[in-house]
Design a protein around this ligand. Structure first.
Ligand code: TYD
Ligand code: MG
Length: 458
């Protein structure tokens, strides 16, 4: 260690990445308990790291006018998969660092091996730290494709990986996974916060200097406890998150951060015996196959990026077995569910406080679009009354605290998509400015929860 360098400790929350100067039992930013982990920094190292970062901007560093700076969108690399390209905002940007995060076994390695095999025009170096080269070969045989332009490299030391990449000069490096890599400059075990930050910083510097795109794979667990991707979110350019029920065959790839495109885009894949298959029209898959007449379901029209997506919201309301009622939601914020139930109780007079309420979004989808409120309320009421909502109705509206139904963005798009999929009625807010009507669909405008109940359940 160079003379005069001092080490000090900072603490990071492994859940949200918040930095604190001392250990705390509870993260003040996200409120999680026992998530602060120690990270040792050398004061000298930080300076050189900052210098490395600014060097990444290129050699001609001086203040410039915007028109002097050259860009070319044609530089984007197409990965041969329409859905992945769309999620990335039109292809991979050279020199970008992309994090693919997800639970173990969800299909991160499969996707990142399948992409280069399906796109031989992109020269790829696939670095595996988890599986042996032989295991990768077995997987590649299962996936099929053209492996002529894809090199496999089994290594875990980041300095060696970088120097080997310089020799190979690929268009894309896949590093599988960040938890198995280590940098010699940091003396802690692979997978620790220090190593993860060090490895990511080295890759970021390398990507910016060389112009080679890097895809970094990172594991997260359900409770987000394992230090890793959450900390990386601030460092990388793009975060793609892989979600889905491990048991089911559908996987959702979602962009949650993108410096070069829009976020909240999502793509749906199906895991088959020979890898992942793109599902180009996910609405058809997320809408139920069952015949009419099931209570407790409602179809919501949500927006994913700019694309409308229809899916089924399922609710089950039953008398509470224990003294206190249970509320549980899969794919939906349980606090928001509680709020919607409180609105139903206070503004429309439904006494749900003695009832258990379970909510589920079809297909393992995680939903944050407020436009889904209306379908959630309808599914809950439908289950409560045991009264099925006609199968040709769908919903798009936000519910406010006073029970009013509020307009949501891009209503026209939602109406058009619902009409295209054969729905005959869409319920929206009566305050919506849209004139919209498309095809045979009838647009029903509702002002508040009581009038919605009158329309649907009386
Ligand atoms: P994997 O890509 O290894 O997950 P991760 O890298 O995210 O940990 O995916 C492993 C799962 O995918 C495993 O349960 C087997 C399944 N799978 C298939 O069903 N079909 C296939 O062709 C492949 C390669 C994997
Ligand atoms: Mg893997």
């Amino acid at each position: 260690m160079a003379q005069g360098t001092k080490t000090k400790s900072v603490w990071f929350c492994s859940n949200c990445g918040n930095e604190a100067p001392k250990w705390m039992g509870r993260c003040p930013a996200c409120g999680e308990w026992n998530t602060m982990v120690e990270h040792k920094v050398e004061s000298g190292v930080q300076k050189s790291r900052a210098a490395g970062r600014s060097a990444a901007a290129g050699d001609d560093r001086r203040p410039m006018r915007l028109e002097e700076i050259s860009t070319s969108s044609a530089d984007r690399i197409s990965l041969g998969s329409a859905e992945v390209d769309r999620i990335l905002g039109g292809g991979l940007v050279p020199g970008s660092l992309v994090l693919v995060a997800g639970e173990p076994g969800i299909g991160k390695s499969t996707l990142s091996l399948q992409i280069p095999l399906g796109c031989p025009s992109v020269r790829t170096l696939y670095v595996t730290g988890e599986e042996s080269a032989g295991q990768v070969k077995m997987r590649a045989e299962r996936l099929g494709g053209d492996s002529s332009n894809c090199l496999i490299y089994s290594e875990t030391q980041i300095e060696k990986i970088i120097s080997e990449t310089v020799t190979v000069a690929p268009d894309l490096v896949v590093v599988d996974s960040v938890q198995t890599m280590f940098a010699e400059s940091a003396d802690s075990l692979p997978g620790s916060v220090t190593q993860i930050k060090e490895v990511a910083a080295a890759l970021l510097r390398f990507a910016k200097e060389s112009g080679i795109a890097v895809v970094l794979i990172g594991h997260i667990t359900k409770d987000g406890y394992i230090a890793g991707p959450k900390i990386l979110e601030h460092i990388v350019d793009v975060v793609l998150q892989f979600e889905g029920e491990n048991r089911g065959s559908y996987r959702i790839l979602r962009s949650i951060k993108n410096r070069f495109g829009s976020t909240s885009e999502l793509a749906v894949f199906e895991m088959t015996g020979s890898g992942l298959r793109e599902v180009s029209n996910p609405s058809e898959l997320l809408i139920p196959m069952h015949e009419q007449g099931l209570s407790g379901t409602a179809i919501s029209v949500m927006l994913d990026g700019i694309r409308p997506l229809l899916f089924e919201v399922q609710a089950l309301v039953s008398s509470a077995v224990y003294g206190t009622a249970q509320r549980s939601a899969t794919g939906f914020d349980v606090r928001r569910l509680n709020m919607l139930l409180a609105v139903l109780e206070k503004r429309a007079g439904f006494h749900l406080s003695a009832k258990d309420v379970f909510l589920n979004m079809a297909g393992g989808l995680k939903v944050s679009d407020p436009a889904c409120d209306l379908a959630v309320i309808c599914a809950v009421l439908s289950s409560n009354f045991d009264f099925a909502i006609p199968a040709d109705c769908c919903f798009a509206g936000e519910v406010g605290l006073s029970g009013e139904i509020r307009p949501v963005g891009q209503t026209d798009r939602r109406i058009t998509e619902a009409a295209r999929l054969g729905f005959r009625k869409i319920f929206i807010s009566s305050f919506s400015k849209t004139e919209g009507s498309a095809g045979d669909i009838r647009v029903v405008r509702v002002a508040d929860v009581p009038s919605l109940v009158k329309l649907l359940f009386k």
